[in-house]
Design a protein around this ligand. Structure first.
Ligand code: ATP
Ligand code: MG
Length: 394
């Protein structure tokens, strides 16, 4: 059985994630791939973009193309039956109003977890060639992607203890307090849930099977957020294979936008430097809002040209952080900078790298702000920076 490639689109709010994810899916379907387009953003806008009504299960929208908007309540009923029943019993016992209990039963993380479970199912079943995910703005995606790790921690540390204690004390607790005790099937449900989350985490972290694409606009704040996201994704070990610059204004000599277009050119150049070796795709502003499959198809064709959008474009990591006796070694792949004297200056969680007349700002994981960059070397396109341990806080 062939498993699908999974492509996840992320970026700052409003940059065009939904538009680009939908355009990519239409292009993939046109090329003959059986494609599932999934909205994992709780504030869905996929049906608006496609101009088709969608539901919590995949629905055929075009030849080869299925689309779905994840609904957390629907998914809880479908996947968390036993767990939900237990949570509802606890709330009832605590005399929480039933409608509120229903609301609380959607525990934090479940929104994100729900879309992961769907991805796990479709990945396992191998019915599609490509799964394309339109996700929530940046911060939420990071939460989504770190969820399996948090879940793993919870499962390994807390859950076995809880299970043992209630198993042993169950009848006693029941006699004294009549707190609802989870049934064995509740435990099984939780265990099944997390083993699925771990499985899909492994798939999403595997560059042969998945890729994350960063969507951005040629604007300063957007670029900064995307660079930070790029750093964090690589830190968590999630492969990123492209950056897509959307809504580029044409340089048609317009006077009104003259300054904007000049700044945009500078930003496009910065994007190329900041995201190399990722391929950078460019999408023009269409001069109108993008709704419906006709315009989306147009975007998809222009965006990928002769390339197959379901290909994973880059598989190597360009960023590695290694712990070394309490200090850190950071390795960044900078293929545009071959050799030469390099100077590196650290400003908190930003690193400014200067090689001859080229300069590049690089976002560090926030905790490295407490460490000091002590030396840097550039060898065969890789920059290696040592970070010394922080001094003891008095
Ligand atoms: N290339 C383009 N040309 C013109 N308009 C565009 C283009 N790309 C996106 N838009 C428009 O920009 C708006 C935002 O796009 P979209 O909804 O895809 O962004 P988003 O990143 O998914 O937003 P959110 O963060 O709210 O989910 C929409 O009205 C869309 O039609
Ligand atoms: Mg969106």
């Amino acid at each position: 059985m062939k498993h699908p490639h999974i492509l996840l689109f992320t970026g700052k709010g409003g940059v065009g994630k939904t538009t680009i994810a939908a355009a990519t899916a239409i292009r993939a379907a046109d090329l003959g791939h059986r494609t599932l387009l999934m909205s994992a953003d709780p504030a869905h806008s996929l049906s608006d973009a496609l101009q088709k009504s969608l539901g919590p299960e995949p629905k055929a929208v075009e030849p080869n193309l299925y689309a779905q908007e994840i609904d957390v309540y629907y998914s809880i009923r479908k996947y968390w039956g036993a767990l939900r029943d237990y949570v509802l019993r606890v709330f009832k016992w605590q005399k929480v109003d039933e409608t509120l209990a229903e609301e609380f039963a959607a525990l934090p993380g479940m929104e994100e977890g729900a879309s992961f479970l769907w991805v796990e199912k479709f990945y396992r079943e191998g019915e599609f060639d490509a799964i394309i995910i339109d996700s929530a703005p940046t911060g939420e995606t990071l939460k989504l992607l770190s969820l399996p790790l948090v879940g793993q921690w919870w499962m390994e540390r807390i859950f076995p203890i809880h299970k043992k204690v209630t198993k042993r004390l169950g009848p006693m607790v029941r006699a004294v307090t009549n707190v609802p005790i989870p049934e064995d099937e509740t435990y099984e449900a939780v265990e099944d849930l997390y083993s699925k989350l771990l499985a899909i985490h492994e798939v999403l972290a595997d560059p042969d099977r998945s890729a994350i694409r960063l969507v951005l606009n040629p604007e300063r704040m957007v670029i900064q957020e995307a660079s930070r996201m790029y750093t964090y994704l690589q830190l968590y070990g999630y492969p990123v294979d492209a950056a897509i610059v959307n809504r580029i204004l044409p340089d048609d000599g317009s006077n009104t936008f003259r300054n904007y277009i000049r700044a945009q050119k500078r930003h496009l150049h910065e994007i190329e430097e900041a995201f190399a070796p990722l391929p950078i795709f460019r999408v023009p502003h269409l001069g109108q809002e993008v709704f419906g499959t006709r315009l989306l198809r147009q975007i998809g064709e222009r965006l990928y040209e002769q390339k197959d959008p379901t290909t994973i474009f880059v598989k190597e990591r360009s960023y590695l952080l290694k712990a070394q006796n309490g200090a850190y070694l950071l390795e960044i792949h900078l293929p545009l900078l071959q050799k030469g004297d390099v100077s590196v200056t650290q400003y908190g969680d930003e690193l400014v790298i200067q090689v001859r007349n080229q300069r590049r700002n690089f976002f560090l994981p926030k905790f490295l702000a407490y460490y000091t960059a002590s030396s840097a070397r550039l060898q065969e396109g890789w920059l290696r920076v040592h970070f010394d341990k922080p001094k003891q806080v008095e």
